[in-house]
Ligand binder design. Sequence first.
Ligand SMILES: [Zn+2]
Length: 225
Amino acid sequence: MQLPSWQTPNLGTMKRAALWLVQVVGEGNSFTKEQLRDAFRGVAQVDRRMRDLRDFGWKIDTNREDVTLEANEQRFVTMGEPVWEPGKATKKVSSSITAAQRRELLARDGYKCRSCGIAAGEAYSSDTYETAQLDVARRQLTLTDGTGAVQLVIECNRCRVGGRELTVDLNEVMGRIHRLSALERKIIAGWIAADKREFSELESLWAAYRTLPAESRDEVRGGLG
Ligand SMILES: [Zn+2]
């Protein structure tokens, strides 16, 4: 079957983004946000519509899932449902989250991003005006019985997308390093030399626990006895 062109104007942004991945990027290849925005110049929320493809089995990795990617890159790993075919793009409605469910999820997760801990409306750092918006994300998990599951968790826009263009002030970073105590500076020098942070078992368990959706947090809490 001949695929419609990704440039077909009246196809809808999600379907066009799917076709752009297949026809321009190609499975297994990475692309940047700039390339996506250039291809869809003037089209609102193309990033968001592309993320919607994940609800149809499309695997599109950010640098959260694939550490070889830069912050502004994503990789088109595998295609999911051919959403451009009639009837294939309709289950979004049933898998969408109601306003009541969203409020309940927000309350349950403490009105904070479970991945980075930021609250809604809070600025990401004192030198940017970008503030966090919280939303519901679908987290893939392997349950204790080995089966796969998707649980809902609150995440901020930045954690969901996997990093945005950030302006980092190196002087500010250096200034903060110089204000550290000698011991703290020695610790960070070690992490910098190794290019990774050494986590203690306790810290790494805490990090794994705090990003879990509520059902899984309950299970871990229950398992502590
Ligand atoms: Zn976050």
